[in-house]
Design a binder for this molecule. Structure first.
Ligand SMILES: C[S@@+](CC[C@H](N)C(=O)[O-])C[C@H]1O[C@@H](n2cnc3c(N)ncnc32)[C@H](O)[C@@H]1O
Length: 275
C-alpha cells in the first residue's frame, strides 16, 4: 500500500521505521511483530527518506517507557480506558493488551483512514476517532468510568506551548482521577527546530517543534489547573549495551545532564485529582 505523508504526519513513519528495525533484531528489546509487518506492507522509501535505521533501540526504549506506564495503569484498572492522542501507526495496543482494556485512538482523519486500512481496528474494544487532539470534542468519546489514561507519545512537541497548556488544563478539568503521560523534546532542542526544523545527516528535515519539556516546564504544567495533583518524570527504560544499558539511564536521572536527547526524551506523568 502506497503511503504519502508530509509534515507532522510523516513523522509517524520515522517512529515506525525505527521501532520495526529494533523489533526485527534477534536480541530485540521490543516484541512488536505488527510494526515489522507494517514496514513490510507499506510502500514508502523508508531508507532513502530517513537513511539507515540507526535510532532503533532509542525509539524502542521510548515506546517501552510508555508501555510500562500503560501496563502499570492496567494493573490498577484492568477494565480501564486508554485514549491515545496522535497515535500514528503505533502498535502499542497489541503489545500491552490485557484482554479487557478499551482503547480510543484520536488522530487526524487521514491517519485514522490509514490505521483502518493497515491494522485490525474493528474489535469491540478498539475505537478510532478522526479529530484533532486540540479539538475538545474528542473528550465526549472518552469513558472515564473504569479508570482513564491519556497518552501523547511524540505529539505535544509539534504544538504551540499555549495549545499544550490548554489541552492539559482541559483534560484536568474534564477527567478527575485520570492520568496523562507525555513526552517532549528539551527546550534547547525545540528552539533549534524553530527556523524550519532540523536536517538529519540523511537529508530528512523534521517539522518545527515549538514546545519543549524539562524540569522547569514540568513545574509550569503542575500549575495549569487546580485539579493537577502532581507531575513526575517517567523512569527511563534500560536498554542493551553500555550506553543504553548503563550510561543513558544514569544521565537521564542526573539533573543538568538529563536534557541530552540522544539519551532519550524527557517524559512525564501528570495525575489529576479525583473529584
Ligand atoms: C511523531 S508522530 C507520533 C506517532 C505515534 N504516537 C508514535 O509514537 O509513533 C506524530 C503524530 O501526531 C499526529 N498529529 C499531528 N497533529 C495532530 C493533531 N492535531 N491531533 C492528533 N494527532 C495529530 C500525526 O498524525 C502523527 O501521527
Amino acid at each position: 500500500m502506497k503511503v504519502e505523508l508530509q509534515g507532522v504526519p510523516e513523522t509517524l513513519l520515522w517512529n515506525l521505521y525505527h521501532r520495526a528495525a529494533e523489533a526485527r533484531r534477534p536480541d530485540s528489546l521490543l516484541h512488536d511483530p505488527r510494526a515489522v509487518e507494517l514496514v513490510e506492507t507499506i510502500d514508502f522509501p523508508f531508507l532513502q527518506r530517513f537513511g539507515p535505521a540507526g535510532f532503533g533501540q532509542w525509539q524502542a526504549l521510548r515506546a517501552l517507557r510508555f508501555d510500562a506506564a500503560v501496563r502499570a495503569f492496567l494493573a490498577r484498572h484492568p477494565h480501564g480506558s486508554v485514549v491515545a492522542l496522535g497515535e500514528g501507526l503505533e502498535t502499542q495496543f497489541w503489545r500491552v493488551d490485557n484482554g479487557t482494556v478499551r482503547w480510543l485512538t484520536v488522530e487526524l482523519p487521514e491517519i485514522v483512514a490509514l490505521r483502518r486500512a493497515l491494522l485490525p481496528c474493528d474489535g469491540p474494544r478498539l475505537s478510532l476517532l478522526g479529530c484533532s487532539a486540540l479539538d475538545p470534542s474528542w473528550m465526549d468519546h472518552a469513558d472515564p468510568s473504569r479508570g482513564l489514561l491519556l497518552t501523547a507519545q511524540g505529539l505535544l512537541m509539534y504544538f504551540q506551548p499555549s495549545e499544550v497548556h490548554l489541552l492539559i488544563a482541559a483534560c484536568a478539568g474534564r477527567f478527575p482521577g485520570a492520568s496523562f503521560i507525555l513526552d517532549g523534546v528539551p527546550p534547547w532542542f525545540s528552539r533549534r527546530t524553530l527556523g524550519g526544523g532540523i536536517q538529519t545527516s540523511q537529508g530528512y528535515r523534521t517539522p518545527p517543534m515549538p514546545w519543549g519539556l524539562d524540569s522547569a516546564e514540568m513545574r509550569v504544567l503542575r500549575q495549569l489547573h487546580p485539579r493537577i495533583l502532581d507531575v513526575r518524570r517517567l523512569p527511563p527504560a534500560r536498554g542493551r549495551g553500555f550506553f543504553f544499558g548503563a550510561l543513558a539511564p544514569l544521565l537521564q536521572r542526573t539533573p543538568g545532564l538529563r536534557n541530552l536527547p540522544f539519551t532519550g526524551l524527557p517524559a512525564g506523568e501528570i495525575r489529576f485529582r479525583p473529584a
